[in-house]
Design a protein around this ligand. Structure first.
Ligand code: IMP
Length: 426
């Protein structure tokens, strides 16, 4: 195939899981490179339902090596539960099929406590999994890495160093109690023991595979507009979600990447707080939520729904140098009389075709829309691009033309086979 990076182009939940699953068939090694168990997807294989938050879904395929890279923050308890649940369902998780970067940072109990408590005062609507506070400690150089977790002495030293400060912050500023040093030490030592067999320098593993001519797949989480630098700050996640992070979070350089595939839902959704210019607080929004099953896979929260937003997409495509699109959930739009697409934002007299850095400062944005005719037919059974309804093809062409890139994949339903390849692009 080639070495491919998959990223979301909107605010997450674009349907990356299915596309990753499709491309895993053609890859030898899959790397998750950022985020943590704030992400998640449910996969249905035969009669088995598997929910994965951390381990790449490639683990469900035999003969694939799955890696959690250094850019990920890991909740070791969740990871161990995931490994055990996979084993119970008959999947093989061994050091030959799964590796964790020794440099990945660990989410500690105090990170989760801080995340929960802070979100009541600084409303971001986080997933409450401790993601932001863990990345904060990484940048502050007080983080605990996987290499520390698997070394009892180092773990003890690191916890001793940070404990008093965390305790003070939790009790004095956030007014919460309950952090127990001894309990934490015992529990994390044990988690470290269980995870130790998988911990390696994964950059070396990836490099070796590449030199052997293996096909590499880099799996992003969340979406471009949740990126810490380029998203709708401060309503973002705490990692870089863009394609460049595939390099940093895996320990490789940019010349190793051949293709960046951007996953784009046929409409837009967002969970949590923050600006969402094309949001629909009406019957159409409710219809998209109901037909698209738009409820968070990690927290179960109803997703906010709205029309496609070309401003947000143009921004994502540029910052990730996206080569091709995968348009997902196109079937959800069937039955709509017309479909709107935002082409620009309008603030006073100013027309904005590019995402402004201060989007949060424009609560009363007007939108410039194009309106396209919809189609009646259910399209989930269609497998050939030419057999799609004319208005559906016109919608795809409109997106391709306005964003200046082609769609390599069109998804018309949640199942693996409910997929159309308009043209073989890679
Ligand atoms: P955090 O990543 O838990 O810190 O949450 C920060 C923001 O990112 C919140 O608005 C979350 O709802 C959003 N977020 C985090 N992970 C995902 C995801 O996988 N899909 C969609 N939104 C997400």
């Amino acid at each position: 195939m080639a070495n491919v990076v998959i990223v979301g182009t909107q605010w997450g939940d674009e349907g990356k899981g299915k596309v990753v699953d499709l491309l895993t068939e053609r890859s030898d090694l899959v790397v998750r490179f950022q985020g943590g168990n704030n992400a998640g997807h449910t996969l249905v294989v035969g009669d088995k339902k598997v929910i994965l938050h951390l381990i790449p879904s490639g683990i469900l395929h035999k003969e694939k090596l799955c890696i959690i890279g250094s850019g990920v923050v890991i909740d070791p308890e969740i990871l161990l539960d995931e490994i055990n649940a996979l084993r119970q369902k008959g999947y093989v998780v061994s050091p030959e099929s799964f590796a964790i970067s020794d440099r990945a940072h660990v989410i500690m109990p105090y990170h989760k406590m801080i995340d929960h408590a802070r979100d009541t005062t600084q409303r971001i609507g986080t997933t409450g999994r401790g993601i932001g506070p863990a990345y904060e400690d990484k940048a502050r150089r007080t983080g605990i890495r996987m290499i520390d977790l698997i070394n009892e002495d180092m773990l003890k030293k690191k916890i001793e160093n940070i404990f008093d400060e965390k305790q003070e912050y939790l009790s004095t500023i956030l007014k919460i109690k309950g952090l127990d040093k001894e309990e934490m030490l015992v529990k994390f030592k044990d988690l470290g023991k269980h995870l130790k067999p998988y911990v390696r320098d994964t950059s070396i593993v990836i490099d070796k595979a590449s030199k052997q001519g293996k096909n590499l797949l880099f799996e992003g989480a969340q979406g471009g507009n949740l990126d810490m630098d380029y998203g709708t700050y401060p309503y973002v996640t705490s990692s870089n979600t863009i394609a460049g992070q595939a390099c940093v979070g895996s320990g490789i350089g940019p010349t190793m990447i051949d293709i960046v595939l951007g996953i784009c839902k046929a409409y837009t959704t967002r969970v949590g707080e923050g600006p969402f210019p094309t949001e629909l607080n009406d019957e159409t929004g409710e219809r998209l939520r109901a037909f698209g099953g738009e409820y968070g896979s990690t927290t179960g929260r109803p997703r906010r729904c709205g029309w496609l937003d070309l401003v947000a997409l143009r921004h994502s495509i540029r910052i990730s140098s996206i080569s091709y699109l995968a348009i997902t959930k196109l079937d959800v739009l069937s039955g709509l009389k017309t479909i709107k697409v935002a082409t620009a934002y309008k603030s006073g007299e100013a027309i904005m075709e590019d995402m402004p850095a201060d989007l949060c400062m424009h609560p009363n944005l007007e939108l410039v829309f194009d309106e396209l005719p919809g189609w009646e037919e259910n399209i989930s059974d269609i497998r050939q691009y030419d057999e799609l309804p004319e208005n559906c093809k016109a919608y795809i062409s409109y997106i391709e033309k306005n964003l200046g890139i082609d769609a390599a994949i069109v998804s018309v339903g949640p199942k693996r086979e409910e997929t159309i390849i308009p043209k073989e692009l890679f």
